[in-house]
Design a protein around this ligand. Structure first.
Ligand code: SF4
Ligand code: SF4
Length: 212
């Protein structure tokens, strides 16, 4: 029995290493944890992590809810279809848009801001967008716990080095930088089931407080 679990660990380790050398999309499908991922993400959903507003949303959420007329145009024009709308579970926020990055992140295309008929979403230059900031749990991210080399989050980031990079002493461990705008694409592609990367409000982010 012990030999069997040792063999399982060996196979799992080999699969992780092999997966880490593939493009992230393929790696996600092949990683041994991929099948468990949906289950774990369901679990995360129950233990609510904050969803994010589309780019350019008024920072005061009460003001955003007051300004949004629930027309749904932002969701209609969104190419990756990452915008969803609160239904009755949202209480006073019913019909207002949000993004759940564990399903889909925002590609920062600007279309939602351009189409919004009120000032709920304001057209904002790319480097001034503030949907939040990514945070990495170093106790769970594969390279941080020496379980693989991954790098999916770094590969997918549309902002590159100003938002995310690798630690100086270990070129596989991702670190978030102050230029992150919180689009959530890194959350979408992370293959680790417990989702060790998430978007938090900028004021709560450790990067925002101690610029890396
Ligand atoms: S910027 Fe583009 S990808 Fe992002 S939420 Fe708006 S429409 Fe969707
Ligand atoms: S680090 Fe993640 S959340 Fe930040 S800009 Fe890059 S992909 Fe988006």
């Amino acid at each position: 029995m012990q030999r069997r679990s040792a063999l399982q660990r060996l196979i799992r380790g080999a699969a992780l290493l092999a997966a880490a050398s593939l493009p992230y999309g393929v790696a996600r499908l092949l990683a041994p944890e991929a099948r468990a991922q949906n289950h774990n993400r369901e679990h995360n959903r129950e233990h609510k992590r904050n969803h994010i507003r589309p780019p350019g949303a008024l920072k005061d959420d009460a003001a955003f809810v007051a300004a949004c007329i629930g027309c749904g145009l932002c969701g209609e024009v969104c190419p990756p279809r990452c915008i969803r709308f609160h239904d009755r579970d949202g209480g006073g926020k019913v019909n207002t848009p949000f993004i759940n990055p564990e399903d889909k992140g925002c590609t920062l295309c600007n279309k939602c801001m351009a189409v919004c008929p009120t000032e709920a979403l304001i057209e904002t230059p790319l480097d001034e967008i503030d949907m939040g900031i990514a945070q990495i749990d170093r106790a769970a991210c594969y390279p941080w716990v020496d379980r693989g080399i991954c790098g999916a989050c770094v590969s997918v980031c549309p902002l590159g080095e100003r938002a995310i990079g690798f630690e100086m002493w270990n070129q596989y461990r991702p670190i978030i930088k102050d230029g992150c705008v919180g689009c959530g694409l890194c959350v979408e592609v992370c293959p680790e089931p417990s989702l060790p990367i998430w978007i938090v409000d900028r004021a709560e982010g450790t990067v925002a407080r101690h610029t890396v």
